[in-house]
Design a protein around this ligand. Sequence first.
Ligand SMILES: [Zn+2]
Ligand SMILES: [Zn+2]
Length: 352
Amino acid sequence: MTKAHGFAAQSGDTPLAPFTFDRRAPRANDVAIDILHCGVCHSDLHTARSEWEGTLYPCVPGHEIVGKVTAVGGDVTKFAVGDLVGVGCMVDSCQHCSACDEGLEQFCENGFTGTYGAPDPDFGYTFGGYSDHIVVREEFVLKVTHPETDLAAVAPLLCAGITTWSPLRHWKVGPGTKVGIVGIGGLGHMGVKLAHALGAHVVAFTTSESKRQDALALGADEVVVSRDQAQMDAHANSFDFILNTVAASHNLDAFMLLLKRDGAMTLVGVPEHPHPSPSIANLIFRRRTLSGSLIGGIAETQEMLDFCAENGILSDIEAIPIQEINTAYERMLKSDVKYRFVIDMDSVKAAA
Ligand SMILES: [Zn+2]
Ligand SMILES: [Zn+2]
């Protein structure tokens, strides 16, 4: 075992603070990783503050992990010491159900092991990336081929990137498709970049006119202020696909009406209070689909990372030392970040 230094929440209503805990010694199929940066996802905040059920304390969040391999077990074939790697939202799954067989570990029929707060045979439950190192089985480690100088801005690809990439690919977004991205935050800004790079015509939906220039700069072809009914009406029955990243409860029909026949809208945010039920007539009369999507499998996460490296795609980030994590959470709640905080893990190591 090794001692890890990180930051943890001790309860739902106390700020995150320094915390030391154990990591397992690498097994034959494990990769040990020196964590260099970790993105800050909304799920981290929800979990740390016990806004979702079942948080185990102390809770070390973090599932947008990038770093460098420091050791590998004897059976590891895909990684070597010094490699740049990433770890996302999962660190294990059964590896033998039909979902795992298809490379869709996020839908493992026996439940995937989350990077933090999931049952773990050695330590009771898993501890995430707000820490100086982590040990993960080879199958759940991703290769990073971006230049090392870009590494901090790669971190958010491990959750925000794959959460938007997987539905864009599943619904076959590409040249000739018209795609809407609803909500321009951590997820939405990646959705705009990825859909644009895939060759689609991208329309960004925002509630505020002030985000227009930012959305265009991210790669949107058009921007629609969703509170402006005339702007919405101008796009009626025209979208092949809409990726809706907004987690707050809202009227889905406003967007369903923008889908053309056989169009689909996919939700990737879970609202605290349910959305009002959408009109079934809107679905029936144009055979529209409303669906959901959860992160992505390991193979498609690697595909996304490789695509981003080849196309120079990164997240827009604000780097912070871990000592500012509680302030960052407050700013995140006000959407006061463009578009993702990423913790520089030197700040943990310096304090340890
Ligand atoms: Zn996340
Ligand atoms: Zn499985």
